[in-house]
Ligand binder design. Structure first.
Ligand SMILES: Cc1cc2nc3c(=O)[nH]c(=O)nc-3n(C[C@H](O)[C@H](O)[C@H](O)COP(=O)(O)OP(=O)(O)OC[C@H]3O[C@@H](n4cnc5c(N)ncnc54)[C@H](O)[C@@H]3O)c2cc1C
Ligand code: SF4
Length: 316
């Protein structure tokens, strides 16, 4: 690991200013992703700004009946919160499907959204990767692609986003609240938060340099049957090959988002009109335009079947 300096931020704006001023600085929250990447020298910040002392660890009701989740709320606490379990079950289930108990105790809401891809070539510093080194090339294209994206890919990158929580946030229409170095705040709809790779796969979100996430807000609950179906190689402690977050109502209508298939949680609102017709029709609309390889084409069948299981569970 390269050496680095360490400091604790006292206010969100101070933290934001410190990172915005210095291109070699990064925030650290739970450290469960960043420290691994630093050990492998995939990320080499020379300065770490610890945000754990900021008072961003509360889950509070909003005026319009929703919930405001502080950026530092740990994944364990969010999954266990009674309001989340009752009204946003898809979120609780997605969180509990991720990582391990120890990791969830450290992992934060903001850090989870910002965790980086698990593309094996991204982790192998001997292999070219446009996400690590812009312009270097993509080793996955033409390589081993079993875990890679089938939707929204580009000539530069076919990586997936690994977060389970983000898929649930997408189906819940969450918003990300941030603060900038001058103290100005803004709200980014989750649909616009993660980017598709295009020709700049190293730019993964809508955040500006130094912009700090302060909270994620959920709109008021919409009821329905909430489910999160995650298909993976091991029953626990493994990233999704495909995951399906659903909120389904008695009349068959609802919402669906997919994980493990794209560079961001994949939701196509227009496809949700097909939900009353069942999984086949919905999957056809949701997966339209998919580009597969012989190694990852199975993800299309897996997505349809996982959605079918979620629909059957809601009807039972
Ligand atoms: C073995 C293992 C298995 C895992 N399995 C899963 C899984 O199955 N599903 C899943 O979803 N996840 C999984 N994870 C990932 C885990 O959920 C993430 O590592 C964790 O959520 C990251 O949160 P953190 O607070 O530790 O982030 P950190 O590592 O502290 O930070 C991650 C990134 O976010 C930035 N950051 C942190 N806070 C802020 C903020 N407030 N504003 C702006 N930027 C910020 C940091 O600068 C850094 O770039 C796994 C991780 C490991 C190590
Ligand atoms: S898919 Fe993306 S992350 Fe993986 S090697 Fe290609 S550019 Fe890098």
């Amino acid at each position: 690991m390269k050496s680095f300096s360490y400091e604790r931020a006292r206010t969100p704006a101070e933290a934001s200013a410190a990172v915005a001023r210095d291109p070699n600085a990064k925030f650290i929250a739970g450290g469960t992703n960043l420290l691994d990447l630093m050990k492998l020298e995939i990320e080499t910040p020379r300065r770490l700004v610890d945000v754990n002392g900021l008072k961003l660890d509360r889950i509070e009701p909003t005026k319009d009946g929703g919930l405001r989740i502080g950026a530092l709320v740990r994944n364990t606490d969010l999954a266990a919160d009674k309001r989340v379990r009752k009204d946003y079950g898809v979120l609780s289930r997605a969180l509990l499907a991720g990582a391990s108990g120890q990791l969830r105790n450290k992992a934060t809401t903001a850090g989870n959204l910002l965790q980086r891809t698990r593309c094996p070539y991204f982790y192998d510093t001997n292999m070219p990767c446009n996400k690590r080194t812009p312009g270097a090339g993509c080793s996955a294209i033409g390589g081993f692609t079993r875990s890679h994206a089938v939707l929204g890919t580009s000539e530069a990158c076919i990586a997936t986003h690994p977060s389970d929580m983000a898929v649930a946030m997408r189906v819940l229409d969450a918003s990300v609240e941030t603060v900038r170095p001058d103290g100005a705040t803004r709200t980014i709809p989750i649909a616009e938060f993660h980017r598709l790779p295009g020709n700049t796969p190293h730019l993964e979100t809508a955040l500006a340099p130094g912009e700090l996430i302060t909270a994620v807000t959920l709109p008021k609950p919409i009821g329905g049957h909430h489910a999160y179906h995650k298909v993976r190689d091991r029953a626990s402690y493994a990233f999704a090959l495909v995951s399906v977050a659903t909120i389904l109502h008695k009349d068959g209508s609802g919402r669906v988002a997919l994980g493990g298939v794209a560079h961001k949680p994949w939701r196509v609102e227009a496809a949700e009109g097909a939900l009353p017709q069942g999984a086949k029709a919905t999957a056809a609309a949701l997966l339209a335009g998919a580009k597969t390889t012989p190694q990852n084409a199975f993800k299309l069948t897996l997505a349809e079947r996982a959605l079918g299981a979620a629909i059957a569970e809601a009807r039972a």
